[in-house]
Design a protein. Structure first.
Length: 83
């Protein structure tokens, strides 16, 4: 097991050394924030935030409606005569 781990670690190091051009940061991370890639990434972030906000507000609304219905049901049970 030890030789396999050593081989995989060595292969990983060789890959990192020889493939360093692939690991260059994108325009958003590299500092060119006015590039189309950075604008597209920002638009994607805003779209995901909108989806998450919509889903969370829908879930919150659902639980508020359930709480109100339960409260109204409890009030009607108190007001109704017992049979």
């Amino acid at each position: 097991m030890k030789p396999l781990r050593t081989f995989l670690l060595g292969a990983g190091v060789v890959c990192l050394v020889h493939c360093n051009g692939v690991a260059v940061a994108c325009a958003a991370c590299y500092g060119k924030s006015d590039s189309p890639m950075a604008q597209g990434m920002n638009a994607g972030i805003y779209a995901l935030l909108a989806v998450i906000g919509t889903v969370l507000s829908g879930a919150a609304t659902f639980f508020v409606v359930l709480a109100r219905r339960a409260s109204n049901f409890a009030k009607t049970q108190e007001d109704s005569p017992v049979r």
